[in-house]
Design a protein around this ligand. Sequence first.
Ligand SMILES: Nc1ncnc2c1ncn2[C@@H]1O[C@H](COP(=O)(O)OP(=O)(O)OP(=O)(O)O)[C@@H](O)[C@H]1O
Ligand SMILES: [Mg+2]
Length: 415
Amino acid sequence: MDYLEFFDLKEDPFRLTPDLDFIYPSKSHNEALSSFNYMVEQKEGFFMCIGDPGTGKTTLLNTFLKTEKWKDRAGIALVLTPRLSPEEFLLTVLEDLNVKVKNTNKNEIIRAFRDFLIENSMIGRRIIIIVDEAQNLPDETLEELRLLSNLETEKEKLLQIVLIGQPELRGRLLSDNLKQLNQRITVRATLMPLTMNETSDYINYRLAKAGKGTVIFEEKAKKLIYRLSKGIPRLINLISSRAMMAAYLDMSRYVRKRHVMYAVKHVSDSFIKTTRRIVTFPRIIVYSIMVCLIAATLIVMNRVKEQETISLSNEHKASSIERRAPDTENTTYNAQRTTHNAVVAVDAANVRAKPSLNSEKIESVSKETALEIIDEFTETTGMKWYKVKMPDGKEGWIADKTVKIEQQSNRPVEQ
Ligand SMILES: Nc1ncnc2c1ncn2[C@@H]1O[C@H](COP(=O)(O)OP(=O)(O)OP(=O)(O)O)[C@@H](O)[C@H]1O
Ligand SMILES: [Mg+2]
């Protein structure tokens, strides 16, 4: 028994073909379709429809093309491979519209096209150029489209242009050299991903269209499909069909959450390929972010190193609690220096090799001994240590709690 038989379905409910029977009228799809029809009805010059990959732009276009209303009332040039130079683009359009040109001289082409547009306008037939994947149109071809849209009579536009593409198209039209075209786009629509409720409806809708059968997607499974697909129909199809396959292998008529998980694991390659188009940033941005991250890491590492150097190995520097005049002034005199002494406040205090109670004891110093402070360090526990020079010149670390601090001022010394 095969998969469809097992679920008692007539056909695959989630196949990725633009089958009009399977078109689910989501809110966003309906709104975009209304805008499309309105634009043609009102003879608006430009319509732009934007949507992320897989949200149903081409599906929307197919729905429009099948609209009975325009079948005999419009001539449509459909450009599906828009990486064309202005001349190639024009010739493709004319060929699609069945306009004969005697030679390929650009002026000649435009003249023939204008005549064709006027003839059609006189019989009330609309001429529409529709470009799918319009984000791939070169700038010069977009500019050519703007020039074509200038073809109009005193009363009305002779040509209507529809651009369908991914969000980067909108970004491109904001650039300085395309803003004139952008200003002419009077009708716009955006295809949004499905909501959670729509995703659930969409799955049921497509199952019903495929013959309903006996398969049941559990609520939790649908929620997971929504989370993973973010409501993008192409991804919903991909995950749902694999999840059904997993349920079939399990001999289960219920598609459960675990089947969806299994599906995602096993579609990961194609899933990643499809989603990559949604989340991919231009390489330059990725590289810039990487460079910034590396630079930030280096700066932080440097800071940490500096901190460690200041705290732990200050042997060649003056004491951190000794304030110096700027170097420039230092060349003429030593500024007033304030040094601090640690005077032992307990009967006997230990001086250690390192600022830690676990460190080796170097010496025991008696009460009232004055020690010159040359550095200080605070442990993460909050315990503070002073690095001190003892009267015999030896250096070591003494705990803050065993000493009291006294300040000593030295007068400037002229050089
Ligand atoms: N409204 C819808 N009803 C039913 N199926 C849909 C709908 N929208 C999209 N789909 C399904 O999702 C698939 C992808 O849709 P479509 O090819 O239209 O997306 P697209 O936005 O044109 O993507 P791309 O940017 O990659 O060209 C279709 O094959 C179809 O199966
Ligand atoms: Mg498409």
